[in-house]
Design a protein around this ligand. Structure first.
Ligand SMILES: NC(=O)c1ccc[n+]([C@@H]2O[C@H](COP(=O)([O-])OP(=O)(O)OC[C@H]3O[C@@H](n4cnc5c(N)ncnc54)[C@H](OP(=O)(O)O)[C@@H]3O)[C@@H](O)[C@H]2O)c1
Length: 338
C-alpha cells in the first residue's frame, strides 16, 4: 500500500516539518504533490532523495490524490477543503477552519482515534496548544477524573509561522520595519494573540473548546491564558489539574511514564525538566515539575512541553494519516535528550 499524497502549504514551517516527519517514519508515498501560494512557484523541495517542484494551489491539482495534508491557513481550507474531500481526496487540515464542525472529527491519535471511523472526508488536526494538553489530560481523566483545569501557555513565536520568526529576527537585528504578528514587539518581551473586546484571545477560546471536544467532556471547567514568547520553537504549559479522586505524585509519575506519546522528565535532584530546547525535534509530549497542589482537595501542578511544529502540527497529522491507511510506522524516534 502506497499513497498518492499532496501537501498544501508545503513551503511553510508546518509543511516542511510534515515532509521531514513523513520521511523519518517511512510513510509509504506513491506520488507526492507539493502545493503553496503562487509566491513559491519555481521552488523545489527535497523528499526521499528527489527534488519535487512546488506548484501554485488549485483544487484541480488534487485530482487523483488520495490524501492531502493542509497547512495553508483557515481561509484556503474554508473555501476548498470540504469540496475537495467530497471528490474522494481525504483532507487532514491543520487550520482552525473545521475544528468545530460536528461532521469533522478533531483527532489526537493517542486520545480519540475512534472518531476517525465516521469521518466524511475532512479531518481536523487540533490547535498545537490543545494537542499537547490532551495527550496528558486524557489518561488522567480516565484514571482519576477531572474536576477543573487551569492552563498558562508559553508559546513559541513559530506558532505564527514564517512571519513570526521573521519578525523576531528582524527585531533582534534592529531592522524591523513592520511588526506583523506581535504589534507590541516580541524580542526580549512577551505578546498575546489578538484580544477581542471581551478580553479573550481566539487562541484561548480554541484551547478551551478543543480540549473539551477531544476529551468528550463538554462541560469540563477549564480556563487558560495564552502567551507568546520570543523562542524559535516549542510550546510550554503550566497546568493546574484538580482531580475527582486523590492522586499521589508517586502514582502519577508511574502512571504517566507508561502512557503512549508521553515522556516523563521530572528529576528534581538533577534539576532535569523539559524546556523548549529539550523537546526540539522530538515527537513526544514531555511532562515534568509534578507536584501536589494542596490548595485543592485533590490535584496537582505540572509543566507540559512539546515541539509545536511536530506533535503540535506535523507529527499529529502524519499519525492521523497512518491510522487512516493502516500503516504502522518504522519510526526512528530515538530519545536523545539535549
Ligand atoms: N506554526 C505552528 O506551530 C502551527 C501549529 C499548528 C497549526 N498551525 C496551522 O498551520 C497552518 C500553517 O502554519 P505555518 O506555521 O506553517 O505558516 P507559514 O509558515 O506562514 O506557512 C504558510 C503556508 O501556507 C501557504 N499559503 C498561504 N496562503 C496560501 C494560498 N492562498 N494558497 C496556497 N498556499 C498558501 C504558504 O505558501 P507560500 O510559502 O507560497 O506563501 C506556506 O506554504 C496555519 O493554519 C496554522 O494555524 C501552525
Amino acid at each position: 500500500m502506497a499513497v498518492r499524497l499532496a501537501i498544501v502549504g508545503a513551503t511553510g514551517l508546518v509543511g516542511q516539518t510534515i515532509l521531514r516527519v513523513l520521511q523519518e517514519r517511512h510513510f509509504p508515498v506513491e506520488e507526492l504533490r507539493l502545493l503553496a501560494s503562487p509566491r513559491s512557484s519555481g521552488q523545489r523541495l527535497p523528499f526521499n532523495g528527489e527534488s519535487i517542484p512546488v506548484e501554485p494551489f488549485a483544487p484541480e491539482r488534487l485530482r487523483g490524490v488520495e490524501l492531502s495534508i493542509w497547512s495553508a491557513g483557515a481561509a484556503l481550507s474554508r473555501e476548498y477543503a470540504w469540496h475537495v474531500a467530497q471528490k474522494d481526496c481525504i483532507v487532514v487540515d491543520n487550520s482552525s477552519a473545521w475544528r468545530h464542525d460536528e461532521r469533522v472529527p478533531l483527532v489526537v491519535p493517542e486520545v480519540n482515534p475512534h472518531t476517525l471511523s465516521h469521518h466524511q472526508g475532512v479531518i481536523a488536526n487540533p490547535n498545537c496548544a490543545a494537542i499537547q494538553l490532551v495527550v496528558v489530560l486524557a489518561p488522567i481523566a480516565r484514571r482519576w477524573g477531572l474536576g477543573r483545569v487551569v492552563v498558562a501557555t508559553y508559546q513559541s513565536i513559530s506558532g505564527a509561522g514564517h512571519k513570526g520568526i521573521r519578525q523576531l529576527q528582524a527585531e533582534l537585528a534592529g531592522t524591523a520595519s513592520e511588526q506583523i504578528v506581535a504589534p507590541g514587539g516580541i524580542a526580549f518581551t512577551t505578546a498575546f494573540h489578538p484580544l477581542a473586546v471581551d478580553g479573550w484571545s481566539e487562541e484561548e477560546r480554541k484551547l478551551i473548546a478543543e480540549t473539551r471536544r477531544i476529551l468528550e467532556l463538554p462541560t469540563l471547567p477549564i480556563t487558560a491564558t495564552c502567551v507568546r514568547l520570543p523562542t524559535l520553537g516549542g510550546h510550554a504549559e503550566a497546568v493546574w489539574v484538580e482531580t475527582l479522586h486523590p492522586v499521589s505524585i508517586a502514582e502519577l509519575r508511574e502512571f504517566l511514564s507508561q502512557q503512549p506519546g508521553i515522556v516523563l522528565l521530572d528529576n528534581p535532584e538533577a534539576q532535569l525538566y523539559p524546556h523548549p530546547k529539550t523537546v526540539a525535534g522530538h515527537d513526544e509530549v514531555f511532562v515534568g515539575r509534578l507536584r501536589l497542589d494542596d490548595t485543592v482537595p485533590a490535584g496537582f501542578a505540572c509543566w507540559i512541553v512539546a515541539d509545536n511544529l511536530r506533535k503540535g502540527a506535523a507529527t499529529n497529522a502524519v499519525q492521523i494519516a497512518e491510522h487512516l491507511f493502516g500503516y504502522v510506522p518504522r519510526a526512528p524516534t530515538s530519545l536523545q535528550l539535549h
